[in-house]
Write a protein that binds this ligand. Sequence first.
Ligand code: GP9
Ligand code: MN
Length: 432
Amino acid sequence: KKSELRSILKYTRKHYTSPNKSMYGKAKGKNVIVLHLESFQQFLINKKINGKEVTPFLNKIYNSQSTYSFDNFFHQVGQGKTSDAENLLETSTFGLSQGSLFAQLGSDNTFQAAPSILNQREDYSSAVFHGNVASFWNRSATYKNMGYQYFFDASYYDTSGDRSTGYGLKDKLLFHDSVPFLENLQQPFYVKYITVTNHFPYTLDSEDTTFKGANTGDNTVDNYFVTAHYLDQSIKEFYAYLNKTGLAKKSLIMIYGDHYGISNSENKKLAKALGANPNTWNDYDNAQLQRVPLMFNMPGTKGGSIQHQYGGEVDVLPTLLHLLGVSSKRYIQFGTDLFSKNHDQVVAFRNQDWETPQYTSVSGTLYSNATGSEIKNPSKSLQAKAAKIQAHVKNELSLSDSLNEKNLLRFYKPKGFKAVNARDFNYSDGLQ
Ligand code: GP9
Ligand code: MN
């Protein structure tokens, strides 16, 4: 097992890319507020339905001078959906090829995850706010092993009656009702809000919205825009609070979409709402729709821009650590800093499909991103190039799997890292 750990280390050390000096430490000492946008895809950004912006507030953040936004950023989740996105972001390792890593390994594995790294390196406190029960996706146990100090799950809020939809407390209420807990956290803090209202089947009480959905005739697709609008408005209300209290200017607000909300089988219906042709819709188009937003917003700052480099959820942790001025070099992480000059732009999907700035590969079929069509007779050199990328994707997924499946981090002691003890945390206590 130790020799396996050595070969993983050899890979991640070689794959590591040093930070971009102009970005390193830009957010040093700031609070980190992570806003996990449920089922939120990139096409919602700047999208109008019936002449109205679906997400006017997020569009402002996306286009703001105070934000670094990404327009070629992909989710990389497998069957663990939300929990896979969380694992990718907190650890910069992949989820599993089957099932949810949180559910299968979260109770026992050793993690070297964001909350513990930030606590040990920069004295951050940490908390998750979420309107569903603590056991969902085995979060409670997994969060303790990741070093989260507090988990404010459904039991901390009034979730009765029409205050909730299928997966828990409505987003506007989550942001509002969690304020007393947030206000008691020691700064700087690293906190995450996991929203739920924009979740399949995208139903919402009429009292919560006046926004009109799309009219493709498919209920799921049509209502997706309604709950996405509600989510947008919940973020707007939360920002009003952050601005009023002055927390905004003391914080880096990281906003991301966890995974697709409309599945491939419904994309032909969605195509109508996107102004695309459903008759020519293919695997290439499905792959392009796996883009989700990623934004680093620092209210009160300037110089932000929309970044076009390709990347995925596995790249977030090294990027975030470097923005906070924390070197990621000593940790085993599979992603690379999105701002780094040598950032690896190969995006690996959990099923071994992949995406680069030039090519998309789905089940071994190669597409050109420039034309959107299949490359029917690739040259020898292109074949070799694609095979090399495929081997790289396969290798990183399998190294990540052996790290996690064999719990190899228990043998790895990065400089100064103290192993997390889950028993240090008792989430039913709340803040004492
Ligand atoms: C539930 C929520 C949804 O608590 O996070 O998870 P998902 O179904 O998207 O994986
Ligand atoms: Mn989700």
